[in-house]
Design a protein around this ligand. Sequence first.
Ligand code: AMP
Length: 249
Amino acid sequence: MKILVPVKRVVDYNVQVRVRADQQGVETTGVKMSMNPFDEIAVEEAVRLKEKGVATEIVVLSIGPAQAQDTLRTALAMGADRAVLITAEPNPEPLAVAKLIKAVAEKEGPSIIILGKQAIDDDMNATSQSLAALLDWPQGTFASKVEVKGEEVEVTREIDGGLETVALKLPAIISTDLRLNEPRYAALPNIMKARKKPLETLTPADLSVDVTPRLETLKVAEPAKRQGGKKVGSVAELVEKLKTEARVI
Ligand code: AMP
């Protein structure tokens, strides 16, 4: 069984993001970039399925600038077998990304595609759902447990009311939630080995996918600064302030 894992290069989760002067996005020059944390969980899950003898090959895929190679090498060091880089700058929007993943899936024929539930840079949470619609495959989003059982995969999903378990016929799409697993750190020998693993580079044109944006960014802005808290003397004063100052009741 082959597993395809799309991984995105994003601003590292420890970095305090800054809006670019032109208000068209966030600053990425000179900023530490890393694999999207939910994608690390996706790679880890694929590696665990391989260690259990369920999966035989893990292909990782990234769409982005040439530097996304580093993200792919990290995934290879964690245990993926092969990587595909589709160079595209700026990063295409989710529908175009989903079309590119679909094109690779049609070439590779994976039984499972595991994505992150969302990329932490733009919090779109749209790619896995778009991909499932384009491929017309069943999907289990926000997975906290994955079990392959013959021709099906059982996915436990984190939903508002608790947990929901769905059985999906393979091939299927899964998106990871935070509690699915704790990703491993790649050991040094594996980082060295990863340098020699195959990495194929393609362009959207090679896959006949049009990545022309359909969305227009009007403006990216910092959130409003938080005001300091105030102590109130009584419930009556609190109600009064909620009415007259916060104007929420
Ligand atoms: P999003 O819908 O943008 O929040 O992203 C959800 C998931 O889609 C991510 O966690 C990745 O698994 C995948 N994805 C999104 N953008 C890319 C990209 N440029 N390259 C590879 N995978 C991506």
